[in-house]
Design a protein around this ligand. Sequence first.
Ligand code: NAD
Ligand code: ZN
Length: 336
Amino acid sequence: MRAVVFAGEGQVRVDEVADPAVKGAGDAIVRVEITAICGSDLHVLDGKTPGMRVGGVIGHEFIGVVEDAGEDAGKLVGRKVLGSFLIACGRCDACRTRRFNHCSEGRALGVGTLFGDLDGAQAEIVRVPDALVNLIPLDGFAGIADEALMFCGDILATGIHAARVAGVAPGEEVAVFGAGPVGLCCSLAARDAGARVTVVDTDAARVEFARVRLGFDGSDAIEDGAVDIAVDAVGAIPALKAAMRAARDAGRVAVVGVYGAERYELPLGRVWNRELDLRFSGMANVQDCWEQALAAVSSGAIDPTPLVTHKLGLDDAPEGYELFRSREAMKVIMRP
Ligand code: NAD
Ligand code: ZN
């Protein structure tokens, strides 16, 4: 089959690789119909997420049809499904209490050996382990665009997770720092939860995108103490500091942007005195959020399709990655 593979630091290429096959009783083999490029894929290419093998298949956002399955997942064969980027086991204590993002096996598709060494979904075919947990059938969603449904397995589920972590309530003022795909999905979820949302980004083109395409108020900065909730959807310390300043006294700060080895000395007196409520999202709890995301998309309450700026074939992946990296593209989708 054809697949997008890691070709060494910063590089992808489209290669001919072996078709995946059923290995375990819970596996499903999915023929991919639509996939996308995500910011996390850039972290893999650039080594912020270490452990990708050269030749390993990248990608984790997809919709497809199940062609084959192990004995436990047989009921999925022939059905159209959405995949989760996080691969949970469904059996550990965390999964049993629906904290799938804290699954003891800690796996994700297409991000290398530190996350279960699973090949990814920017491919004609992908193998999904524990498929009853990590695929959701789309039987009920005929007539809804795949481009919208696909985001429910990753960035829109992340947005809904963020709104839950932040405890967004109707009528609240929310500032979302970062108008990338993730920040915009956080904004869509907060608006759907009844908040008034301002999108803040240092890149004027991104602010403009949020205003024109999605109808948000947008700005390159916001007054101190202006909002009930500030969301860091950037994953960089200047944005976290700006979010802490933007939250009102006794307000909430929700950190969705990913942090790795960064360190930051928290001004404890100020945070304590201001009664700031700092909340960290961890990885999105996709499997606990995707039904809500699918319901919001299918009712029209949330429409993420304006995020899609480029539609390519899988063979055009290197060009797609360039468009995405240069920020000319907000979201690139590919069809094998
Ligand atoms: P992106 O790079 O496309 O967008 C980030 C945006 O932040 C850019 O538009 C940039 O101009 C803006 N920005 C940079 N510094 C800023 C500042 N100081 N103030 C305001 N805006 C600033 O990234 P993305 O794909 O949207 O992802 C955003 C973050 O979310 C990343 O850290 C990503 O790893 C993380 N993420 C988290 C999860 C999760 O499960 N928690 C899932 C996916 C992605
Ligand atoms: Zn992703």
